[in-house]
Design a binder for this molecule. Structure first.
Ligand code: MRU
Length: 366
């Protein structure tokens, strides 16, 4: 997708130096556009933990590059142990998005199977690039399937389709296209009028800062709203459709996504508004059956709630929002039970949020 009319992915190998991975530093957007160099598994770990990169598919691909960088940094210990340790370490960077362990496991398995290959570095890099292209392809397919939902609404309504989204499940969270935003971009490119209600998504404001930025760069009409606005808009028929992303979806269709998603799903149900979740297969957890009790929910530094970042015209500033002696709690994600989800938009098509329907699309995961 575009930034200042120049096409970008969110992660790539440096043209000048193939031992450097580059990412867009999302902590500074939309105010400052900066590229960050990652040279070691540690760099990847901290980029994920501190959210220079974020969003489930991008976290996964960054960790996969981390495994490649581990090979470049390898000295002369036992290679198998070394790779296993790096894999465990990278998986600890964030707990909720299952894409992280999926991508690290793919890389670790591949490297262990090819441990004695004289070209281990080259073929491992090719494997990371394959994972990256796969995520791009899957996001675009999600866009094509989701487009049909928007088209149907437009055919009935013959007016701009109002879509509400939460957090950033856009191309910044993936490599390109996004998951929740891919159908929106496809519709926009096709000339279907769409307008997006962008939840600001406190505490880190990924909606206000990132989704608004990327929609703006692509010329998609949008309005940023305070997180508590969605219910009111839904009651007044100002939302036709909700599309969100996911960090982990159980095989039974329970969806973990950014904190606040559940409340939007409840409001959508109460108002008879379709609530879709867009996700690639790397976001399914094929082992988990009960999202609420089983999905690990990240708790981040309470300062992210107690303070807020903004642009003062010259620099990014952090200001305090709550009294010095008040406590704050910062839960990163919540789980929307399958019964509140109208459908899952995947790279293989749209299915119901239940085990039978999911496994019909992905029979190998039975
Ligand atoms: O904490 P974040 O910004 O990594 O959370 C991101 C989300 O919740 C996204 O909705 C999710 O990762 C889907 S990304 C396509």
């Amino acid at each position: 997708m575009q930034i200042n009319n120049k096409p970008y992915h969110t992660i790539w190998l440096s043209d000048e130096n193939p031992s450097v991975v580059q990412v867009i530093d999302q902590r500074k957007l939309p105010f400052v556009f900066e590229i960050l160099d990652l040279k070691t598994p540690d760099d990847c770990f901290f980029a994920i933990r501190d959210m220079a990169v974020r969003g489930a598919p991008l976290i996964g691909v960054t960790a996969a590059y981390g495994m490649y960088l581990a090979l470049l940094c390898y000295k002369n210990e036992d290679l198998e142990n070394y790779l296993r340790e790096k894999a465990e370490y990278l998986k600890l960077s964030r707990p909720t998005a299952v894409n992280l362990s999926f991508a690290v496991n793919v890389m670790l398995d591949f490297m262990l199977r090819n441990l004695t290959s004289p070209n281990l570095k080259e073929i491992s890099l090719a494997k990371v690039e394959e994972l990256k292209s796969r995520e791009i392809r899957f996001s675009e397919k999600i866009g094509e399937f989701g487009l049909k939902i928007i088209e149907e609404i437009y055919q009935k309504k013959q007016e701009s389709v109002n879509i509400l989204t939460h957090c950033n499940a856009g191309w910044l969270a993936c490599i390109d296209w996004g998951t929740a935003t891919a159908p929106i971009y496809k519709a926009h490119h096709k000339g279907i009028p769409v307008h997006v209600w962008v939840d600001e998504t406190r505490p880190r404001n990924q909606g206000a800062r990132l989704t608004a930025f990327e929609l703006g760069q692509e010329g998609v009409p949008h309005t940023v709203i305070a997180d508590n606005t969605g219910g009111h808009l839904m009651q007044h028929k100002m939302v036709d459709l909700v599309i969100v992303g996911s960090d982990r979806t159980t095989v039974t269709g329970d969806v973990a996504n950014k904190i606040g998603t559940y409340l939007k799903a409840l409001a959508a149900k109460d108002n008879g508004i379709p609530f879709y979740v867009a996700l690639p297969s790397s976001t399914f957890d094929w082992q988990m059956e009960d999202g609420i009790t089983e999905i690990p929910i990240e708790e981040r530094d309470s300062d992210e709630v107690a303070k807020i970042e903004g642009w003062n015209g010259n620099s990014i500033q952090l200001v305090r929002l709550i009294p010095e002696n008040s406590q704050a709690a910062n839960y990163g994600f919540d789980v929307t039970p399958a019964r509140l989800v109208t459908g899952l938009i995947t790279e293989r098509g749209i299915c119901k949020a239940n085990k039978e329907s999911i496994l019909k699309l992905f029979p190998k995961n039975k």
